[in-house]
Design a protein around this ligand. Sequence first.
Ligand code: TRP
Length: 329
Amino acid sequence: MTKRVLSGMRPTGKLHLGHLAGALGNWAELQSKYECFYFVADWHALTSEYGDTHGLTDYALDNVADWIAAGLDPERSTLFIQSLVPEHAELYLLMSMVVPTPWLERVPTYKEQIAQLAEKDLSTLGFLGYPLLQGADIIMYQAHYVPVGEDQVPHLELTREVVRRFHGFYGEVFVEPQPLLTHFPRLPGLDNRKMSKSYTNTIDLSDDAATVRKKVKRMYTDPNRVRADIPGNVEGNPVFIYHDAFNPNTAEVDDLKARYRTGSVGDVEVKDKLAVAVNAVLDPIRERRAALASRPEQIREILFEGSKRARREARATMEKVREAVRLKY
Ligand code: TRP
């Protein structure tokens, strides 16, 4: 039996190279080995963005256009919207009956995010329940594997603990999901800070070639290297981290690194070659996106269709769950 993979993304902005390297590329590859479910976690976006819900659905449709342009195939994978499968809310509710609130309070992202997003009031039940809702998303489809970054591992641990507790009360219903760690090192932003749309330090998947060239030109490099003949640092240098991530010509990258270390290459050459490499990665994505843009209704249709398919699975799971909890009338 083919094992299942499930993952989701919150629609909080345009997608950038970080999403491609950290998630989408991997999601696309997993399609050849697993039955995949990928969804837009719009309810999860609401846990922090409840105060301004403008743009949420537009971002959702825009993100899914990028998913498909980056190689997610709606024929092979189920692409859907969380809020179009309201069974997720029912499963979340039933799980909320058995999860002790201290389990949620001790999830590391909980206190971290409250501190980091101090301008938002996150002392809500919805935000506390974030990882539990994520757990419901996953176990609804009996997913074996969940491709995520390191930061999401505690959410998977919580999910497994809640599943075991649920099974203790009501008997076995769910698969205990495992994270599939994306081993790719986190890409820094163009300014070497954390990559984030709020720092405007991203290269977006929808940027055109000229924008990419301009952005690469102003990328942060080794600040000590004020002249091209000064030996520079390759390790931890965003320009080379990006070369490693996106330039498939390893001979070229090795040569640039060697010359950078000895002070025999200018930043301009390193960056020009990086812009060429990034544009070569983005070109086919741009092409597919342009084709999709000519039929904007198509994305919506794909998502309605996918959500219908997801909902069939979700209904079947909820039948079993209600039976286990003895909520059958
Ligand atoms: N928490 C995930 C993130 O921020 C998004 C998400 C919601 C998710 N539900 C999920 C990821 C289920 C994997 C599985 O990236």
